[in-house]
Design a protein around this ligand. Structure first.
Ligand code: SAH
Length: 343
């Protein structure tokens, strides 16, 4: 097995075996070769357009207690907030005005937002000529159906890890099988589906990451969000020592080889670990950025992990800075909705 035989195969078939993926995840070759190839494939399939998705973190209440997550139920040290529906709609209006074509509504699993409230919000947001992505966790088929009927276009639900034992250790009271069923239900309902996982979890092997990558390939996701796991000081995993930045870049690049036309964000967690994290991800296969458009006062309390970059600028300045940054990379902001264009 050599790097060039693997990349040649990936280029022809967009498929690799677990062993070949494992080889790419190891350190036995110059990973710049992998990054360059992923960048080339991204450019070939998707060109130089970067899609911006404005992220609204509308509630940090969560009924779950995932060991890795800063907004887990047992964290009594954070102040909890909920953005009320009408305020959320006004944030969305401002973001649409600045030029966003997609908004992502993310929260903990918070039952305050009933189906009726969410339908109302989605309905109002759709009047703004936006694509709407939801990222609000595990719900019943009927709830997903109700949001879809109200106009939601996409859904993000990470599988977190495909290693069931690890999942059940990290997400107590949750069921991996149910999470997978949610992904299948979302696909059945016609959502564009985003999933993904964390890289660098305690006792997560490279074999397991290879399985995670193959899981997303098999599921045929429209979007893959990969983030390094960053230990949060107010969680049981606070003492984990890891440094998964480079490995996360490799995972992004491998996903680009296997799913050449999907949307892959340069996630905020990459930026939290490295000042140029987002830029590097964009150069290793990513084609999406999710700028935070939540008001600073709320956004500060939505700390899934430490070191999250906070949006101090106005929406307009933030948008212009991103546009300039992209220009230096030879890229530009896409003006369409950025749905997954299948080849
Ligand atoms: N409640 C929603 C949104 C979860 S938060 C849901 O269940 O989908 C979004 C993502 O943040 C999670 O899916 C997880 O992958 C990531 N995340 C949480 N804690 C993290 C940490 N400490 N480091 C890195 N990523 C984390």
């Amino acid at each position: 097995m050599t790097i060039s035989t693997i990349l040649n195969k990936a280029n022809k078939l967009h498929n690799l075996t677990k062993e070949e993926i494992y080889y790419l995840l190891c350190d036995s070759y110059d990973d710049n070769i992998l990054f360059k190839e992923a960048d080339r494939i991204r450019n070939f399939y998707l060109g130089n357009k970067v899609h911006l998705r404005g992220l609204i973190e509308f509630s940090n209440y969560c009924k779950n207690n995932c060991l890795y997550c800063g907004i887990r139920r047992s964290n009594k040290l954070i102040s909890r907030y909920r953005i009320q529906p009408d305020m959320l709609i006004s944030i969305a209006k401002n973001a649409a005005h600045v030029g966003y074509k997609t908004l992502v509504l993310q929260s903990g699993e918070d039952s305050f937002y009933s189906v009726e409230k969410l339908q109302y919000i989605i309905h109002e947001l759709k009047k703004l000529n936006l694509a709407i992505t939801l990222s609000i966790g595990e719900k019943s088929f009927e709830e997903y159906q109700a949001y879809k009927e109200a106009g939601a276009d996409r859904y993000l639900l990470r599988i977190e890890t495909t290693n069931k034992n690890l999942y059940h250790r990290l997400d107590p009271q949750m069921s991996w099988d149910n999470r997978k069923q949610c992904l299948i239900n979302l696909q059945k309902l016609g959502y564009e589906l985003g999933s993904g996982f964390m890289v660098g979890l305690p006792r997560q092997s490279l074999e397991s990451i290879a399985d995670d990558i193959l899981f997303l390939k098999e599921l045929n996701v429209d979007m893959a969000g990969i983030g390094p796991f960053i230990p949060h000081p107010q969680t049981p995993l606070k003492n984990v020592k890891n440094n998964p930045f480079r490995l996360s870049l490799k995972v992004i690049a491998i996903l680009r080889l296997l799913l050449p036309d999907i949307n892959i964000p340069a996630t905020t967690a990459m930026e939290a670990l490295h000042p140029k994290g987002r830029i590097l991800a964009l150069q290793c296969g990513a084609n999406v950025i999710m700028p935070n458009v939540t008001n600073l006062e709320f956004c500060k309390s939505y700390q899934l992990y430490p070191g999250k970059p906070l949006p101090f600028d106005s929406l307009e300045i933030q948008y212009n800075k991103i546009s300039k940054m992209l220009t230096t990379l030879g890229r530009t902001i896409a003006t369409d909705f950025g749905f997954h264009q299948k080849f």
